[in-house]
Design a protein around this ligand. Structure first.
Ligand code: SAM
Ligand code: SF4
Length: 335
């Protein structure tokens, strides 16, 4: 198992498949992109599957989410999902994606064994989307969402980051739009993980503000915290609305900054170049790629992974006076 000294157990693995992306969301990447990882340092498809097998078979991981960068840019994605779906015990498999290109791949991903998708969508306004992501791709994202839903990758979840003066006025419109389509919307507070180091706590849109904006149009009923488990989103049911499964429709807020959920964190992360990170905000990493390429067996890799998680800190430390943003930006860690 992947335990730490605070008694937390990591069962949810985030695997970054690439640090590259076809969008340039301003809260994530600069317009000119970044210095991408060298191809030789990236794990091959077989290496990714081997490490997932170690995590699932020897370390108790039950859920695997592929992310990036943009995971749909990874040519071997369908093959990786197929191989991971054949593992015993079979993990739950999902992808976090901007959905550009999902219209083409949703069916194949479903057939390969993918269970769900989380799609990032911050605005319904084509011009605002173009400004925010520096690409005019909103119609592709909307088509990708519809394709994921049609392929049965449900519930389709949408992640939204609100930024002051850019899209914060769209909170209630986004919820309306998602409710009408049966998508589950979650707002994520903007975190200090952008490559440009432009995040400012005093200007970020807080969970409290988001809820105020939603409450102006919807009646929200808090779900009991007991049902939340390690899930980072605090959830509310939206009175008068029903989800496609017949349950009350829900909206979530992930208050990573103002109400961090570190105490219940159950995550472990693997970067595209084979480094284990025990936290988004970790300043250190454990190099599984070198060990793997030097001939380590599965037990040795599992031992390195266990040691990496044992050293996990109590929290991300955003509020600590000496907080320093990690060197890797979100796109290279895997969000
Ligand atoms: N490209 C894919 C996507 O956008 O869904 C996967 C990678 S992206 C880094 C994963 C998630 O991180 C997205 O939902 C994105 O909105 C979120 N994200 C990126 N930078 C962020 C930041 N500074 N604060 C909060 N969330 C961020
Ligand atoms: Fe790309 Fe996702 Fe970052 Fe946007 S948030 S630039 S889609 S990696």
């Amino acid at each position: 198992m992947l335990m730490d000294t605070f008694g937390r157990r990591a069962v949810d693995l985030r695997v970054s498949l690439t640090d590259r992306c076809n969008l340039r969301c301003s809260y994530c990447m600069p317009e000119e992109g970044l210095q991408w990882l060298a191809k030789s340092s990236l794990l091959t498809d077989d290496e990714v599957v081997r490490l997932v097998r170690v995590a699932v078979g020897l370390l108790g991981v039950t859920e695997v989410r592929f992310t990036g960068g943009e995971p749909l840019l990874r040519p071997g994605l369908v093959g990786i999902v197929t191989a991971c779906a054949a593992l015993e015990p079979r993990p739950e498999l999902s992808v976090t994606t901007n959905a550009v290109g999902l219209a083409r791949t949703a069916e194949a991903l479903r057939a390969a064994g993918l269970d769900r998708v989380n799609v990032s969508l911050d605005t319904l306004d084509r011009e605002a989307f173009h400004t925010l992501t520096r690409r005019d791709r909103l119609p592709d994202v909307i088509a990708g969402l519809a394709a994921a839903d049609a392929a049965g990758l449900r519930p389709v979840k949408i992640n939204t980051v609100l930024m002051r003066g850019v899209n914060d006025h769209e909170a209630a419109d986004l919820l309306d739009w998602c409710l009408a389509r049966g998508y589950e919307l979650r707002f994520i507070e903007q975190m200090p993980l952008d490559a440009q180091h432009g995040w400012r706590r005093d200007s970020m849109v807080t969970a409290e503000e988001i809820l105020d904006r939603l409450a102006a149009r919807f009646e929200l009923v808090p779900e009991p915290a007991a049902g939340r488990g390690a899930a980072p989103a605090e959830r509310w049911t939206v009175a008068g609305h029903t989800a496609p499964d017949g349950q009350p429709a829900r909206v979530g807020v992930i208050a990573s900054v103002t109400r961090p959920f570190c105490r219940a964190c159950d995550r472990t992360r693997l970067t595209a170049d084979g480094q284990v990170r025990n936290c988004l905000f970790a300043t250190g990493e454990t190099d599984l790629r070198s060990a793997l390429r030097a001939g380590a067996d599965d037990e040795q890799l599992a031992g390195l992974w266990r040691a990496a998680m044992w050293g996990k800190k109590a929290g991300g430390g955003i509020d600590a006076p000496d907080f320093a943003q990690p060197e890797r930006p979100m796109s290279a860690i895997g969000g």
